[in-house]
Design a protein around this ligand. Structure first.
Ligand code: C2O
Ligand code: CU
Length: 439
C-alpha cells in the first residue's frame, strides 16, 4: 500500500462541507495589540462543528501564504492520507492551489486543527482552529458551552497570551443554576496551569475522550494542560461569579474569563491552588486491550529525551534529542497492523516535552515506574523533566505517522520520529527540494 491510497472509505457523499482559505490577516487583540497573522478564512480560531457519524469534507485553499500550508487534525485519528503532513501524506498547498480532506467523524469531543507546514511559525501566527464533534444522539446535555483557546500571539507590543483574541478580562453572563461545559484548548508551545475558581468542577474529558464517573474536584484545584492538549470542565453555575485564568494565582498578566450570574461580578481575586488535578487518579479507570496487568505487547519502544548543543540545518542550536539524536537520525519505530505497542518516555532533559502521536490514542499505564490507578487516554502527553511514562496503544491505523514534541520549537530543531507500518510505501518527499517542510 502507498500512503496516498490510505484514505479510508470516502465513497459516500459528504454530509457537511467547509472551505478554509489560508490568508494573511491583521488581527487585533482586545487590548488593541496588533498581530500580523496568517489565518484560515481571515478569522482567529474558526470553529468547525460536526456530528458524530457525518462524512466531513474540508477544502483547503491558499490565498497568499508563500511557504504553502496544510491541515492536520490534531487528536483526530483520520486515515493516513488525510493527516495533513507535507512530504508524508500530501504536498504542501501553495498559493492558488487546494486540497480536499474527507473523513468520517468517528470520535466525539474537543479537538483542534492546524497547519503542519513549518508548524512552529504557522501555528504561532494563527493557522489553527477548533474541531468540535457532537455525539450523534442528543443535543448537548449542558445549558451553556464555551470553548477557551489559550494562545500566545506575537504582537506589535511583544508576546501576549490570550483566550482567543481576549488578552484582558471578559465577562460572560450565565444565570445561576445553569449547567456549563468549558472546553479548554492549549495551542501554545508551553503547558499552563489553569485556575477555575468560585465553584467545584469536574473534568469530563481529556483530549476529546470522555471520563466516566468524573467527580467534582475540591474547590480551587488547578490543572495543567500541555501544548496541544484539551480538557472539558463542567459545573453548575453557582450564585456567585466563577473565574478562569491561566498561570499562577498572583500573576498579574494574562487573560481572565469571568462568568457572572448577575453581570455585576467584583474584580477577580484568585486563591492559590488547593492542589493539582491528577488524571492518573480520577474517575473510572479506562479498560482496553492494553490496560490488563498481564497484557502482552508485540513491540516495545523507548524514547529518552535529552539535550545538547549541535548543528541543525547548518545552524548551531541548543538541541532537544530523542535517544541522543535529532531528525533525520532519530529512530524509526516499525509496527505491523494489529500489534500491541508499549512506548516508554524518559525525560532526562531540562524542559517538558508534550509528546504527540499522530493517528492513534495512547493509554497511560505507568508514571515513574508505578501503575497509575486510573489509566487514561491521551493524544498529547506532557512529560515533565525527570518524569517517566509508559503508554500502550494498538497499531490499528496503517500509514506513516509522526510522533513528536508539541513544543513546536523543539520539533522544528528535530525532536520528531516516525511510526511506520510495515509494507506502507511513501507517496511524497520532504525537504527543501520538494518545498514540503513538515516541522
Ligand atoms: Cu498538533 Cu504533529 O501536531
Ligand atoms: Cu520538547
Amino acid at each position: 500500500m502507498e500512503v496516498a491510497e490510505l484514505t479510508g472509505d470516502i465513497s459516500a457523499p459528504a454530509d457537511v462541507r467547509f472551505e478554509l482559505t489560508a490568508q494573511r490577516t491583521e488581527l487585533t487583540l482586545a487590548s488593541g495589540a496588533k498581530v500580523e497573522a496568517w489565518t484560515y478564512n481571515g478569522e482567529a480560531v474558526p470553529e468547525l462543528r460536526v456530528k458524530e457519524g457525518q462524512m466531513v469534507e474540508v477544502v483547503l485553499a491558499n490565498r497568499d501564504v508563500e511557504a504553502g500550508v496544510s491541515i492536520h487534525w490534531h487528536g483526530y485519528d483520520v486515515p493516513n492520507a488525510m493527516d495533513g503532513i507535507p512530504g508524508m501524506t500530501q504536498n504542501a498547498v501553495k498559493p492558488g492551489e487546494s486540497f480536499r480532506y474527507k473523513f468520517r467523524a468517528k470520535q466525539t469531543g474537543t479537538y483542534w486543527f492546524h497547519s503542519h507546514q513549518q508548524s512552529s511559525e504557522q501555528v504561532e501566527k494563527g493557522l489553527f482552529g477548533r474541531l468540535i464533534v457532537e455525539p450523534a444522539e442528543e443535543p448537548s446535555p449542558y445549558d451553556v458551552e464555551e470553548t477557551i483557546v489559550l494562545h500566545r500571539w506575537k504582537t506589535d507590543r511583544g508576546y501576549r497570551t490570550a483566550f482567543g483574541l481576549e488578552d484582558g478580562t471578559r465577562t460572560l453572563p450565565i444565570p445561576s443554576g445553569r449547567t456549563v461545559r468549558l472546553r479548554i484548548i492549549n495551542t501554545d508551545n508551553l503547558s499552563a496551569a489553569y485556575l477555575l475558581q468560585g465553584t467545584p468542577y469536574a473534568v469530563t474529558a481529556i483530549d476529546g475522550t470522555p471520563i466516566r464517573q468524573a467527580a467534582l474536584l475540591p474547590e480551587n484545584t488547578s490543572l495543567r494542560i500541555g501544548s496541544g492538549g484539551r480538557y472539558d470542565l463542567t459545573f453548575r453555575m453557582p450564585d456567585g461569579p466563577v473565574y478562569l485564568k491561566a498561570g499562577a494565582a498572583d500573576a498579574p498578566e494574562g487573560p481572565v474569563l469571568v462568568l457572572s450570574p448577575d453581570n455585576d461580578a467584583p474584580a477577580p481575586v484568585f486563591q492559590p491552588a488547593s492542589g493539582s488535578f491528577e488524571p492518573g487518579h480520577y474517575g473510572e479507570a479506562v479498560e482496553n486491550e492494553v490496560t490488563a496487568e498481564a497484557a502482552k505487547f508485540d513491540r516495545e519502544f523507548r524514547m529518552i529525551f535529552g539535550n545538547r548543543m549541535g548543528f541543525y540545518n547548518g545552524v548551531f542550536h541548543f538541541l532537544w534529542t530523542i535517544n541522543g539524536r535529532v531528525l533525520p537520525n532519530t529512530p524509526t519505530f516499525v509496527v505491523k497492523e494489529g500489534e500491541k505497542v508499549k512506548m516508554t518516555f524518559v525525560n532526562r532533559s531540562l524542559a517538558e516535552h508534550p509528546m504527540h502521536l499522530h493517528g492513534h490514542h495512547m493509554t497511560v499505564l505507568k508514571h515513574n515506574g508505578k501503575r497509575v490507578v486510573t489509566p487514561w487516554i491521551t493524544d498529547t502527553l506532557n512529560v515533565a523533566p525527570g518524569d517517566t511514562y509508559e503508554v500502550g496503544f494498538v497499531a490499528d491505523n496503517p500509514g506513516m505517522w509522526m510522533d513528536h514534541c508539541h513544543n513546536l520549537y523543539h520539533a522544528a530543531t528535530g525532536m520528531i520520529l516516525h511510526l511506520m507500518y510495515d509494507g506502507v510505501r511513501p507517496s511524497y518527499e520532504a525537504g527543501t527540494r520538494s518545498g514540503n517542510l513538515p516541522d
